[in-house]
Design a protein around this ligand. Structure first.
Ligand code: SF4
Length: 714
């Protein structure tokens, strides 16, 4: 890179066009300046030594869609009080700058093998500290804002910075940020280590935003969104692949075997995971009344699996070993199923991951797929590969692998949410002067193509199911299969109504939350929010509030959208599966969503809504997932009741003006860090915590024969 800079700071064109501006500014008015389109320079922005302005500048300089390379160069001078950003869109075609790119292609190859998708290096060169960051598949704002903010928070200021962005054709590395930062002195080791920690935490791969209804929803038969509804979806996607492959290869499946790994193996039978995968392989949806019965081991062993044009024998549900799951150790998801397919000519394995709230990704067909299949888009099978709709245009013989959920509509092509963190959301609302609810509806419309009326009526439909499950639960005294739960909701409800001290939003919310979870434990119909294990908190709080405050229906529906949207922003960083991040990500997030909904109902501002959400997240950190015998009953049911209080209190505090000292996005990243460090015993494996108490193990023993039946070990 040396031949493009003079004195290590300026490009040739910067010297001829930008430096005179710097001098003029220093000599004269000190006003902010911008100028555009001078030879290879796209834009040059000059302003005070002010990091907020720098962040704003970087966010406003958007690369052309079709250019492969972009360069942001930032020169800063604290003594002379200026920062100058020069922006080059398509630097490769610049004639004058004679720019030599850093070896970005080599970096792509290097990062491809890197699990985290992030690298940090530092060294000293002639007394100057050079820091190089590489990050792949990250959102632009995440990189640009965090680079600036991290240096600012450390109170260290670079002499200059080069931020290269490269769009890549590689299937794994879709984009690369290469950030070189030069400091005029040595930075001590402890500071470098702390910087590395921060960057590692903040720069991460971009997760495609989903829909509000991926967080509130689906409506499903319990007991678990990840282990039942998600498992079913993996089965359904595998079915569509098996059918497409049979057609293309003219070689139908003869034998299908299901292998469960990690949390699916350890606690799956308690959630009917095997049956749900089997039901999905039969093509039945999560709320189909025959779904679990069609996947039951006795049924599939006898009938095999009917794929329409052909039928395959069933090879059984198998336990994968801990050693076998090591190959997926970097996937960050702990609910894993392999569907092993044998045909006359070959065999292949489809691997799916359930990532929380009923959302799934099939990521492997023998080798890793270039794009995971989440069941919402068309994919195609062609010659032992799964290819995208675009690629399929070049191969007329490719066979469609259809989605498993009907799209609401067609989202805007290439639409990207204009924010992916809470701070960016707040900034967007301020800049656009829009109400949060309008932003939510606009984003949902752009992502899913649904009309505002459809969005609100879907929320209304979910509210109807939530209310029905709350009411049903407080009336019922029927016990669950192993008699661990079933009567508490009616007990609390009766007590609350007799005792004026508790007959308020707190008492009633607890009764209704327990009620909904009891319905879930008895395989009744509920709405996951965000998961089935945490399905009681939002309906509990909403039902209690609606009885006491009688809001209009539209406002309740909007509150449901607000709660889902807050969860959706969090989902950019943390999945809502107890198996991945512990119960903080299920009950903790459920409480946070309910807090946000309540704050919205009480006419809180967008800041208060975000704050209530984050106060609940923050005070659920570290909550472990340790269901007894893997059943979503103990501690899940009562925990939902208890955490309604966290939701209501977080809302009340935010509305009264209390603010989290730690910024909302940092709280979310802390949840991720805590979840990453949680021992696997506390991630829905029933390997520790309450599941391993004497009482817990007694339930394990009572359930053991049922577990053996699933795995054909009797
Ligand atoms: S302990 Fe929490 S995370 Fe685990 S299954 Fe129960 S509700 Fe879900």
């Amino acid at each position: 890179m040396n031949d493009i800079s003079i004195d290590g700071y300026f490009h040739k064109s910067e010297i001829s066009y930008c430096l005179p501006l710097v001098e003029e500014r220093i000599a004269n008015q000190k006003v902010d300046k911008t100028f555009w389109h001078r030879e290879e320079i796209e834009e040059c922005v000059l302003h005070d030594f002010d990091h907020q302005k720098l962040e704003k500048t970087l966010s406003s300089l958007i690369p052309y869609k079709f250019q492969p390379y972009t360069l942001y160069r930032v020169v800063t001078n604290r003594d002379k009080n200026y920062m100058m950003t020069v922006f080059y869109s398509d630097i490769t075609s610049a004639i004058h700058a004679k720019v030599q790119l850093p070896d970005l292609n080599e970096s792509v190859a290097e990062m491809k093998a890197d699990v985290k998708g992030f690298k940090f290096d530092s060294h000293i060169e002639e007394g100057k500290t050079i820091i190089i960051l590489k990050s792949i598949n990250s959102a632009r704002n995440t990189v640009l804002n965090n680079v600036v903010e991290t240096f600012q928070k450390h109170n260290i200021f670079p002499l200059y910075m080069e931020i290269w962005y490269m769009k890549s054709r590689d299937k794994v590395v879709k984009s690369l940020y290469f950030v070189k930062t030069v400091f005029d002195s040595k930075i001590d080791r402890a500071e470098i280590d702390s910087l590395k920690d921060d960057f590692e935490r903040y720069l991460h791969r971009y997760i495609k935003p989903m829909s509000v209804f991926d967080i509130v929803g689906p409506s499903m038969v319990g007991p678990s969104s990840s282990h039942t509804a998600g498992a079913n979806k993996i089965g359904q996607i595998a079915r569509n692949i098996i059918i497409a492959r049979a057609k293309f290869d003219n070689d139908p499946a003869k034998l299908v075997t299901v292998k469960l790994l990690a949390s699916f193996r350890d606690t799956g039978p308690g959630h009917y995971t095997p049956s749900a995968i089997g039901g999905g392989l039969w093509g039945l949806e999560p709320d189909h009344p025959q779904m679990l019965q069609h996947g039951d081991p006795a049924f599939v062993n006898e009938h095999g699996i009917d794929f329409g044009e052909f039928k395959a024998a069933f090879g059984g549900y198998k336990r994968g070993s801990v050693e076998e799951e090591q190959k997926y150790v970097n996937e960050n998801n702990n609910n894993i199923a392999e569907i092993i397919v044998e045909t006359t000519q070959t065999s292949y394995t489809i691997t799916g991951f359930s990532i929380g709230g009923g959302n799934v990704e099939v990521r492997y067909m023998d080798k890793r797929l270039s794009s995971p299949i989440n069941g919402k888009e068309n994919f195609y099978y062609y010659n032992q590969e799964i290819i995208s709709q675009n690629e399929a245009k070049r191969h007329a013989e490719a066979v469609l692998i259809p989605p498993i959920v009907e799209a609401e509509g067609v989202g805007k092509k290439n639409y990207r949410m204009p924010f992916n963190t809470f701070e960016e959301l707040s900034a967007y609302i301020r800049a656009e002067k829009q109400e949060l609810i309008d932003v939510i509806i606009e984003v949902e419309k752009n992502l899913q193509g649904s009309s505002p009326d459809d969005i609100l009526s879907k929320a209304a439909e979910y509210w109807r199911i939530m209310k029905a499950s709350a009411k049903k639960g407080v009336r019922s005294s029927e016990l669950s299969l192993l008699k661990l739960t079933g009567k508490d909701a009616s007990r609390i409800n009766r007590y609350v109504h007799k005792n004026p001290l508790f007959n308020n939003v707190y008492g009633r919310a607890a009764a209704y939350a327990v009620a909904v979870n009891e319905v879930n434990a008895k395989c009744g119909v509920i709405v996951a929010c965000p998961t089935a294990g945490s399905c009681g908190i939002l309906p509990g709080v909403l039902q209690a509030y609606s009885e006491i405050s009688k809001p209009d229906r539209k406002k309740i529906n909007e509150a449901i959208l607000v709660s889902g949207f807050m969860g959706m922003i969090l989902f950019n960083d943390v999945t809502t599966a107890g198996a991945d991040y512990g119960c903080q990500a299920e009950v903790g997030v459920g409480a946070a969503m309910a807090a946000a909904a309540l704050t919205y109902l009480e006419n809180g501002s967008s800041t208060e809504i975000i704050q209530s959400f984050i106060l609940a997240v923050k005070n659920s950190l570290g909550l472990i997932c340790d269901p007894v015998a893997g059943l979503v009953e103990v501690p899940c049911v009562k925990r939902n009741g208890i955490f309604t209080s966290v939701a209501i209190t977080a809302s009340m505090m935010a509305l009264s003006g209390v603010r989290s000292f730690i910024s909302p996005d940092e709280v979310v990243l802390t949840m991720r860090e805590v979840g990453d460090k949680l021992n696997r015993d506390y991630k829905e494996t029933a390997g520790g915590g309450l599941a391993k108490t004497r009482d817990g193990k007694a339930v394990d023993r009572a359930f053991a024969s049922e577990v053996r039946r699933f795995f054909g070990e009797e």
